[in-house]
Design a protein around this ligand. Structure first.
Ligand SMILES: Nc1ncnc2c1ncn2[C@@H]1O[C@H](COP(=O)(O)OP(=O)(O)O)[C@@H](O)[C@H]1O
Ligand SMILES: [Mg+2]
Length: 417
């Protein structure tokens, strides 16, 4: 297969030399078992690259999973990745296999690798060196045959200086780096991508294909795309859904392009209608939704941990039966498939890259009362956790299954100091 055939097969659009180089490297390295390290901003196509590598490898019939390391709480990450033995910690009522065991024979994509706790990094390093790992609470060394692809949108070298990434892991990973360029550095691909998305959407919605006037096309190509391809894809979808007129002119398009510092020149010719206020409202709306979703995930974890810890449920059930029921049913789902909360999605307009991996799904909309009662519950649970641990925040955070950082924030928020 030549490069163009590969692009066709995987729906990759673009002709810039740097994209081609990255893709060529991916194709060459795919059939080997070498660990690949993909670097690039959010939304440039890192996950897409990892899938291509898997599909072109000898493992293509084996399993593939993508894990966002930043989305799994520190307290459970070792157990999720490496598994645990029955009784390894309170709540470990069964043996559990981790992803490195279940994906044996396949490929694991570890996104945001720099977010792994240091201790998990050293476990990972061991696995990379010789395929060995040990379940939490076990002393038995196990072997697995997993191809690992890692990715980050950060500068890992800088993270070594900050003490959050192990130097030896960095050198082990960086043997084969693939750098996926940001969209702003390949402006010649912007319009090509737009055309592809517009045509896909016209098929999807059985509607006329969105087209751009000349000035709109200029605006699109000169924009700096902080959210990269994901943002461009979302923008095209917004236009397809929201604009009545399938020919979009510059003045309209401008309203959809959030203003960022580095694209000021493009926006300085601000329209007479004064522009981007529509977008900033939408911006805020998305942000609020993302934050809510994140808080909800934290809350589910808190309640779940508490449930696991308390042998007699009564104490909590008295508190709020309905919530517990809901959390329990959702918990069994998300326990069975921890990926649901950290699979990538197209939901964000990428203004909020921290949270871009959370999916806004219509059926998960949050009603107001629900949120309020959960807030009360949350405060109460945090109090209990602090009380039980004599105010030791590190322990309390572990109990709650949230990061210490989050706990600090919440203590402040609820003035529990
Ligand atoms: N070269 C490309 N051509 C077409 N679509 C792409 C390309 N690269 C990425 N995409 C699409 O852009 C979106 C974001 O890609 P993703 O791999 O999730 O980015 P990242 O993992 O870097 O955040 C996905 O919908 C993906 O299908
Ligand atoms: Mg991603």
């Amino acid at each position: 297969m030549n490069l163009q055939q590969i692009k066709n097969r995987f729906g990759i659009v673009g002709n810039s030399p740097r994209l081609n180089y990255a893709l060529e490297t991916a194709v060459k390295v795919a059939p080997t078992d070498i660990t690949v390290y993909i670097q690039g901003e959010s939304g440039v196509g890192k996950e897409s690259f990892s899938k291509i590598i898997h599909q072109l490898s000898n493992r293509k019939h084996g399993p593939f999973i993508a894990i966002n390391c930043g989305a799994i709480p520190e307290g459970t990450i070792n157990s999720e990745l490496f598994g645990h033995e029955k009784g390894a910690f309170t709540g470990a009522i069964d043996n559990r296999k981790g992803y490195f065991e279940t994906v044996n024979g396949g490929t694991i994509f570890l996104d945001e690798i720099g977010e792994l706790p240091l201790e998990t990094q050293s476990r990972l390093l061991r696995l990379l060196e010789n395929g060995e790992f040990i379940k939490v609470g076990s002393s038995k060394v196990q072997k697995t045959d997993v191809r690992i692809i890692t990715a980050t949108n950060k500068d890992l070298f800088q993270e070594i200086q900050n003490g959050t990434v192990r130097e030896d892991l960095y050198y082990r990973l960086s043997t084969l780096p693939i750098k996926v360029p940001p969209l702003r550095e390949r402006p010649q691909d912007v319009y090509l991508l737009f055309r592809k998305f517009a045509s896909d959407l016209a098929d999807k919605y059985h509607s006329p294909e969105i087209e751009l006037s000349e000035d709109a096309e200029q605006l699109l190509v000169n924009y700096n795309w902080p959210g990269n391809i994901r943002q461009l894809k979302n923008l095209t979808e917004q236009l397809a859904v929201l604009e009545q007129d399938h020919l979009v002119i510059g003045e309209i398009l401008r309203k959809y392009l959030p203003q960022t510092q580095s694209n000021l020149p493009a926006l300085s010719t601000s329209s007479s209608r004064g522009g981007s206020s529509d977008f900033s409202e939408r911006d805020i709306f998305y942000k609020v939704l993302f934050d809510m979703k994140t808080e909800m995930t934290d809350l589910k974890k808190i309640v779940l941990e508490l449930l696991k810890k308390s042998n007699s449920r009564e104490e909590i059930v008295e508190g709020n039966e309905a919530i517990i029921q809901r959390v329990l049913s959702e918990a069994s789902e998300s326990e069975a498939n921890a990926l649901t909360i950290h699979r990538s999605s197209e939901a964000s307009t990428a203004i909020d890259s921290d949270h871009h991996d959370y999916i806004i799904e219509p059926e998960e909309s949050v009603s107001l009362e629900e949120n309020l009662s959960l807030e009360d519950k949350e405060e109460e649970l945090i109090r209990k956790a602090l009380l039980r641990n004599n105010g030791k925040r590190k322990k309390a955070a572990q109990d709650l299954g949230i990061s210490e950082r989050t706990l600090y924030r919440k203590i402040k928020q609820y003035e529990l100091d």
